[in-house]
Design a protein around this ligand. Structure first.
Ligand SMILES: [Ca+2]
Ligand SMILES: [Ca+2]
Ligand SMILES: [Ca+2]
Length: 705
């Protein structure tokens, strides 16, 4: 037994002085042969290591070593971090020993050394004693690197965090104060404030270390960026302290403030800057420091509010801003309109509507418009009429008023039955900028020629024999035509000449009809009337019943000449009216035939007229029969004259009209067209009966362009 112990002891001794336990988080360490008695003459150092960042904690669970004074014979020695943590022997209760009990041994690093030493014997008073040795457990416990104080002079395995230390199990890490950047060594911090960005709607910004002195050699840039439409306000706090110079402005250190890239202030000294309204959503603060100084720096509180636009103000009293708000902020808008009769103008441009929106920079996206009074412009001129202002002359703006009138007595305004000329002619410049009549709107009135109202009518009571020279204005409708020789006609309206078809297409006239059509108006003298000029013809309309090749049939002997230009009516040029009933053909009714035809075998140089009665149809038929004539005397014709009187219309008067004064309306009416006869100044004359053709005439005249 003893020997075997020796053997074992020798075995252990030969194994050498120290063993390394592989890194583990926990484990046990025992004396050799434990729990059997340990050998003599033994020495071994066990190196306990745990991973980096941990400490070793060791506790003895069993401890039974030969006790001795000062643990001189057998002992366990513990050391860590090059420090001796104790030397132990004996057991609990032994008077000589120094047992560790439940003491916890802790390393500061990740290594602990346990040396077990025995001497040559274990005996007490000559009796060999047996000691079981020891059993110890160790475990890795976290090293709180941050708790460790870097005051010990001894070389420390870890560099220390310059600013902030954060412990975790198995390690630690460092961080830096705001405005500083952790360097690549993981421990040191350096001021880094070249691109600080703030995007919260409010916050605080301060110089590094505030309110302790800021570091030297700074090039700081603090950018605040908030949403569009917000405006930033800056308020500096106390203390405010930046190195300054009494004479030179901020030569050493300075804080510059930019809003939207524009410098809005440079500050230093100890005077706190005023509150700043940047009117911007982008503010940059630049802070430069030189290599020296110990000022405490600055701190500011920034806040935001929604940007506001200036209150819209009308530029004139006619502009209306709808639903005016007490204030306008980003994205608000307003609508401007004008009072009735006024026009929105943006510069010289007319606007149909106007809306302005408050932009993110606090400005309106377009300038306030103006309201200009609506201008209706010069009123349209009225053919054969005119207008006069009933408001200020020449002013054509909103609410101006004019009165149209026709040139009386030759023209008369066309009105509806219930309307007066003054109502029809009254136009006002409306709020829409258009001249308008109360009933008819924009359409201007029409001035229609007045028919059958000669200014100087022929004296009817006189008894005329053999024809008589007409006075100017007796027959103002009288036209003088020159087509296939002289002819006559009558003015209808102001651009139509009523005549006989045969003046254009004479009977027994075979040659192609390329005759020129000359028309003269407005005088009783041939010489004078020709001086007044020819009226060019736009269109010739022959009645479809007319037969040029039937020499004894003047059926449909009626034609209309449309003048190229309407004529200006006057005392010597007026139209005649058309008949509207059969009473105009009563027997004996006196009518007038005027013309430039042949009288007394001479070509007349003046307009002459005769006064003739409408004749009885039977009398004319009998007269024709007596002459053995086969001429057609149809219901579309009538005859007039008195064979007992030597007066009649004659060649050259053809196309002129048989004019009758209607006593009821005091108008002169053309009841017939001088059509045919037998010789001149003899017997009866035959006339196209106009009453039968009124519809055709009106239809033709309506076709005018
Ligand atoms: Ca011993
Ligand atoms: Ca740790
Ligand atoms: Ca300085």
């Amino acid at each position: 037994m003893w020997l075997s112990y020796l053997l074992v002891a020798g075995l252990f001794c030969s194994m050498g002085g120290s063993i390394f336990i592989p890194q583990k988080l926990f484990g046990e360490v025992t004396s050799p042969l434990y729990p059997k008695p340990y050998p003599n003459n033994f020495e071994r150092t066990t190196v306990i290591t745990v991973p980096q960042g941990y400490r070793v904690k060791l506790v003895f669970w069993q401890f039974n070593l030969e006790p001795s004074e000062g643990c001189f014979y057998d002992y366990v020695k513990i050391s860590a971090d090059k420090k001796n943590l104790g030397r132990f022997c004996g057991q609990l209760g032994s008077p000589l020993g120094n047992p560790p009990g439940k003491k916890e041994f802790m390393s500061r690093g990740n290594k602990m050394l346990l040396t077990f030493h025995t001497d040559f014997s274990n005996e007490e008073n000559g009796t060999i004693m047996f000691y079981r040795g020891f059993l110890a457990y160790y475990q890795a416990v976290d090293l709180d690197e941050c708790a460790s104080q870097p005051n010990s002079v001894e070389e420390d395995p870890q560099p220390w965090c310059q600013h902030l230390c954060h412990n975790y199990i198995g390690g630690y890490f460092c961080s830096c104060h705001p405005g500083y950047k952790l360097q690549t060594d993981g421990h040191s911090c350096q001021a880094e404030c070249s691109s600080e960005l703030y995007t919260e709607p409010s916050g605080y910004i301060s110089s590094l270390e505030y309110p302790k002195p800021y570091p030297p050699d700074l090039r700081c840039n603090y950018s605040i960026r908030v949403e569009r439409g917000l405006t930033l306000h800056l308020k500096f706090l106390e203390p405010f302290e930046i190195d300054d110079h009494q004479q030179v402005h901020c030569p050493y250190d300075q804080l510059q403030v930019y809003a939207n890239g524009k410098n809005i202030g440079e500050f230093c000294g100890t005077q706190r800057p005023p509150d700043l309204d940047s009117s911007s959503n982008a503010v940059d603060l630049l802070f430069f420091t030189d290599e020296s100084g110990d000022s405490r720096g600055w701190k500011l509180h920034y806040t935001t509010e929604i940007i506001k636009c200036p209150q819209p103000k009308a530029l004139d009293e006619f502009t209306i801003i709808q639903d005016l708000q007490p204030q306008y902020q980003f994205r608000d808008y307003f609508i401007a309109t004008c009072k009735q009769g006024y026009q929105l103008m943006e510069g010289n441009k007319m606007l149909l509507s106007f809306t302005a929106v408050c932009q993110d920079d606090g400005t309106w996206h377009r300038a306030m418009p103006r309201c200009k009074i609506k201008d209706c412009g010069q009123p349209r001129s009225l053919p054969n009429g005119d207008f006069k202002y009933t408001t200020t002359k020449g002013v054509n703006t909103y609410q101006a008023s004019i009165q149209y009138y026709c040139h009386e007595p030759y023209y008369k305004m066309l009105t509806r039955a219930e309307s007066s000329e003054s109502a029809r002619g009254k136009y006002t410049c409306t709020a829409q900028g258009i001249w308008k009549n109360g009933q008819e709107g924009e359409k201007i009135p029409r001035c229609l020629p007045v028919c059958g109202k000669p200014v100087n009518p022929v004296e009817q009571t006189q008894r005329i024999i053999g024809g008589q020279r007409a006075q100017l204005g007796n027959f103002p409708w009288q036209a003088f035509t020159n087509i296939h020789g002289r002819g006559g006609g009558a003015l209808l309206g102001d651009r139509w000449i009523l005549t006989a078809a045969h003046t254009l297409y004479p009977k027994e006239h075979d040659s192609p009809n390329n005759a020129t059509v000359d028309v003269f108006l407005g005088h009783t003298s041939v010489e004078e009337i020709m001086k007044l000029g020819n009226h060019p013809i736009r269109r010739v309309s022959i009645h479809p019943d007319y037969r040029q090749d039937e020499s004894n049939n003047f059926e449909g002997d009626i034609a209309l000449l449309e003048l190229e230009n309407s004529v200006a009516l006057g005392p010597n040029l007026l139209p005649i009216c058309l008949p509207d009933n059969e009473t105009f053909y009563d027997n004996g009714l006196m009518g007038y035939v005027s013309g430039f035809g042949i009288t007394a075998e001479r070509i007349a140089s003046n307009l002459r007229f005769v006064r003739l009665p409408v004749a009885r149809r039977e009398a004319c038929e009998n007269w024709l029969r007596g002459l053995k004539r086969k001429d057609v005397f149809s219901q579309s014709m009538f005859c007039a004259g008195d064979p007992s009187l030597k007066q009649d219309s004659c060649q050259g008067d053809s196309g002129g009209v048989f004019a009758v004064r209607d006593p009821n309306s005091d108008r002169w009416v053309a009841t017939g067209i001088v059509s045919w006869g037998i010789g001149c100044s003899r017997g009866y004359g035959f006339y196209t009966k106009l009453l039968n053709y009124v519809d055709w005439i009106k239809k033709e005249m309506e076709e005018e362009g």
